[in-house]
Design a protein around this ligand. Structure first.
Ligand code: PMV
Length: 317
């Protein structure tokens, strides 16, 4: 069986685990599923487990992570079959463009279809969470909320609006496609040592409510401001962790400065950044061309991909 899941980008960030094994988060989060970035995964019974990524057989820790996840799924549903997993990522792997969100949502869905488990989206979301936290949200399209919950059963995503009417474009500025130096798991662990981590957690409920209001009122400005704030809070706890660390690179800061410059020019644009140096710009259709041309004037021939809302996980024939 084959399945496709789209990546999602968090507008209100998840950045910390309450339970590492179950991947229960310390905070709830809200994301936007993207149309342009996705993973296609096929699983077939095999002699022994194998994992192919973008046509290459994997033997390192990427493969082990997939095999451990397969073991978890087989244990849970009492299935013994060894499996061949073939994934194609239409998104740079592990460069802060959330490739794991689409990867584990696609794998969970594929397993569901292959073994006729007839799982609900809620169950799928919980399964995807065990593979990667952000994958919890890729089960749905549009705007999605991951309710943190307090155990395996209560931590899953819900669709806030699968077909939003908001004019919201995301420009992914791919500054660096190399694999990130510090995994999100390691980054999250370090971040909790920041003196600003607890105060940030206290704000989570307020920020979620404000973001949900911005979504239901179709308020792009409010959404952009809140998304940018959440990203800055996440990167501020990284910078103030013991020891300090950051995913930013010099060009990340140059793009951040450009965003404030664009706003001074009256061009509405906001940024969000995940566990990597790449910047995602939030804007509306009328400004896409001008923003791309100003980013290119600043950085030269950098790759910029324009995305908008994508759909939830689905079977491919
Ligand atoms: O679940 P992971 O390992 O993909 O971590 C996701 C962390 C962020 O992308 C930075 C934030 C988020 O909510 O997706």
């Amino acid at each position: 069986m084959k399945a496709r899941a789209h990546t999602n980008i968090a507008l209100i960030k998840y950045w910390g685990k309450a339970d590492a094994k179950l991947r229960l988060p310390l905070m709830s989060s809200i994301s936007m599923t993207l149309d342009q970035f996705y993973t296609d995964t096929e699983i077939t019974p095999a002699e022994s487990d194998e994992f192919w990524l973008n046509g290459q057989l994997q033997t390192d820790r990427t493969a082990n992570r997939v095999f451990n996840y397969l073991d978890f799924l087989r244990d849970k549903y009492q299935i013994k079959t060894p499996l061949s997993v073939k994934s194609v990522n239409h998104v740079p792997t592990a460069a802060g463009l959330a490739s794991s969100s689409s990867a584990f949502a696609a794998l969970a869905a594929c397993f569901n279809y292959e073994f006729d488990l007839n799982l609900s989206k809620r169950e799928l979301s919980k399964l995807a969470r065990i593979g990667s936290g952000s994958a919890t949200r890729s089960v749905y399209g549009g705007f999605v909320k991951w309710e943190k919950g307090n155990d395996d059963d209560s931590s899953f995503a819900i669709a806030l609006d699968e077909h939003p009417s908001m004019d919201l474009q995301m420009l992914a500025v791919e500054l660096n496609q190399r694999e990130k130096k510090l995994s999100s798991t390691a980054g999250m662990k370090l971040a909790t040592s920041s003196p600003f981590y607890q105060p940030w957690l206290v704000r989570n409920e307020l920020e979620l409510n404000e973001m949900q209001a911005a979504i239901s009122q179709n308020d792009f400005t409010k959404l952009g401001q809140l998304a940018e704030l959440s990203a800055c809070e996440m990167h501020a706890v990284n910078l103030t962790a013991k020891p300090t660390f950051t995913y930013f690179e010099p060009n990340t800061l140059r793009v951040i400065n450009l965003v404030t410059e664009l706003r001074k020019q009256g061009i509405e644009c906001y940024f969000t950044i995940d566990a990597g140096p790449n910047v995602k710009l939030l804007c509306q259709k009328e400004n896409v061309k001008e923003i791309i041309s100003q980013v290119q004037a600043l950085l030269g021939s950098v790759k910029i991909v324009q995305a908008t809302f994508g759909e939830g996980v689905k079977a491919l024939s």
